[in-house]
Design a protein around this ligand. Structure first.
Ligand code: AMP
Ligand code: MN
Ligand code: MN
Length: 356
């Protein structure tokens, strides 16, 4: 259970990080959904700045509920109601409404891929105003903030949990549901490259592909397409990357940053920077990689990654954020140098001792 499959001897947190939903949790979630009246309003919420897993698991689940006859349903997320361009081809986008239009007091609220209430932004009040709250997630740091919580830290993506629940409800996967869940699964497994890519992940991918979806088209659209301005912007940001080989107990730290003026100069929207970390984390000489992305004049969205030598979720949690052991983030304030200094200050304590 806890710790197995990862680097040996690792103790991350006192919580039973490896344990997934109990049979009672599954039964409670099922009965919430089966008990909905014909006119019940259902509100689906995913985390702020939604990624492929957040939107894909939410919309895939929503389409599945629709196939069961749930017809009063909205999907939403906090913050600006802008869907990142690579995700604008997702089926089920017609379910989306801006946060400001979301049902104020739905019979049921379902949260996707959000580790804590803070990831729900201004929509957090729905946890109180809704008749019931169901949480679907896979972050080890999840605070179990729903009335019913289906949280499986071993799941590669929230979509894995979503598909299990859909299957229990008797939903038959169609190509639209499958495309949403496939985007979610490929986003969070780095297209089946990360450690969480188990045989069960490939079996789920096989079930999804069997609906006839086209993985080449989907991957090109979601991962391999960006505006020329973003290509140039990435060049500049990579050109000022810094390598600190002695940091993180000698495991090495590489980082770079991008500001609002960079985005403006290249005519780009903030979400184009989400993929920048994938180019930075290739650095052979560093275990830990980081991209600091300006979101307002004094605020930065920070992405942290590790190749397995450092528990970056510890760094992120210490600085007010969260995430997974090897992929985490937080909101930084002040200058880039101040934000990076704070990260440096946490790296040594987050180093994972080498296995004997
Ligand atoms: P990102 O670097 O944005 O792709 O995020 C990597 C992981 O860290 C994801 O699992 C996020 O849920 C988590 N994460 C990122 N930013 C935050 C934040 N401000 N607070 C909590 N978790 C975060
Ligand atoms: Mn996510
Ligand atoms: Mn996820």
């Amino acid at each position: 259970m806890s710790g197995s499959g990862g680097p040996a001897g690792v103790v991350v947190e006192a919580a039973p990080a490896g344990s997934g939903p109990t049979p009672d949790d599954w039964a409670a979630a099922e009965s919430l959904l089966r008990g909905l009246s014909a006119d019940a309003r259902v509100l689906l919420i995913c985390h702020v700045n939604p990624d492929g897993d957040a939107l894909g698991s939410m919309l895939g689940f929503g389409l599945g509920l629709r196939s069961l006859g749930v017809h009063r349903m909205q999907a939403t997320f906090p913050g600006p109601p802008e869907v990142p361009e690579p995700l604008r081809g997702l089926p089920g986008l017609d379910l989306l409404v801006p946060a400001i239009e979301a049902y104020p007091d739905p019979e049921l609220v379902i949260c996707f891929d959000a580790a804590s209430e803070s990831r729900l932004g201004e929509l957090v009040d729905r946890l109180d105003t809704a008749g019931a709250a169901l949480v679907l997630d896979h972050h080890a740091s999840n605070t179990r903030f729903g009335g019913v919580n289906l949280v499986d830290p071993r799941a590669a993506a929230t979509s894995v949990v979503a598909e299990q629940l859909l299957s229990r409800l008797g939903v038959v996967l169609d190509a639209e549901i499958a495309e949403c869940l496939y985007v979610a699964l490929t986003t969070d497994t780095g297209s089946f490259r990360f450690e969480a890519t188990t045989p069960a992940v490939h079996q789920l991918a096989a079930r999804l592909l069997a609906t006839g979806i086209r993985p080449g088209d989907i991957s090109r659209r979601v991962f391999d397409t960006r505006p020329f301005g973003a290509v140039r912007l990435f060049g500049e940001a990579l050109g000022r990357a810094r390598l600190e080989p002695a940091a993180a107990g000698g495991r090495g730290f590489v980082w770079t940053w991008a500001g609002l003026d960079d985005l403006a100069r290249h005519g780009q929207r903030p979400y184009v920077l989400e993929a920048l970390i994938d180019s930075v984390r290739c650095t052979a000489e560093a275990d830990v990689s980081c991209v600091v992305k300006q979101t307002t004049p004094a605020e930065w969205a920070v992405s942290l990654r590790s190749k397995g030598g450092v528990d970056v979720s510890r760094v992120a949690v210490a600085l007010g954020g969260g995430g997974h052991r090897f992929a985490a983030g937080f909101t930084g304030r002040g200058t880039v140098e101040e934000v990076v200094d704070r990260i440096r200050g946490q790296l040594d304590t987050a180093v994972i001792p080498a296995a004997d």
